[in-house]
Design a protein around this ligand. Sequence first.
Ligand code: 5IU
Length: 274
Amino acid sequence: YPYQQSYAQRALKQTNSTAKLLLETMERKKSNLAVSVDVTKTKDFLAIIDVVGPFVCLIKTHIDILEDFKHDLIQHLQDLSVKHDFLIFEDRKFADIGNTVALQYSSGVHKIASWSHITNAHPVPGPSIIAGLSSVGLPLGRGLLLLAEMSTKGSLATGSYTENAVRMARAHRDFVIGFIAQRRMDGVGATAEDAVEDEDFLILTPGVGLDTKGDAMGQQYRTPKEVVLDSGCDVIIVGRGIYGNDPTLIDAIAASAKRYMAEGWAAYLERLSS
Ligand code: 5IU
């Protein structure tokens, strides 16, 4: 199975340039850690990214959370991405009709497609959402993740919904590079005619924490080992497990990022040798 191969081996077979770049970056930096920087002030946002940058393959943003957003922030973010060698993933969770998501992705205040290597979408509108987003993202070499599952208690993205998300992705392999999910999706929803032996979707997984089981609003955490070794996921996405409730404790944040990076990589090495 692809997930028993190294990230470097899997990079060779990717046709989407962003998927290839992410896998190559993971191998080069020996990190399968993505940090989700969910803070409201530009100053904290950039300070956290600068300090965790050396330990991550990917930075996940919610750019619309920043209360003092100015467009020059994007240049700073891109400079940090070059300085520390990571990709950028705007966790926009598009969910509208094709025409609208194309505008939301390309335009507005944030112009996401111009700077975010990866973004994501809910499959709920059907394949037209991929058509809309790929009309903008594919010419720029971007990659899309579909939300096949969620980490939250009571999520409706299960069963046939998840299977249909995978089928939608399978029909758009040029642009859809993988899923936000809690486990591998190899062969999920496949029929006998589908050639799925070599399919290699990237699985990026939020809901990762070492010290707590969840929060007061339905979030559920599993450990890097459960996510990467037991469930075969590729990238662990960690937010508050790394910066807690105080985004200014920069030394503690660096130490925490190092810890999650080490745990994630150890789980990956164990998976390769199992
Ligand atoms: N996120 C989830 N679960 C999901 C999806 C996205 O937690 O199923 I899809 C996002 C929300 C937040 C980050 O931006 O990932 C996790 O943050 P914490 O590690 O602080 O819980």
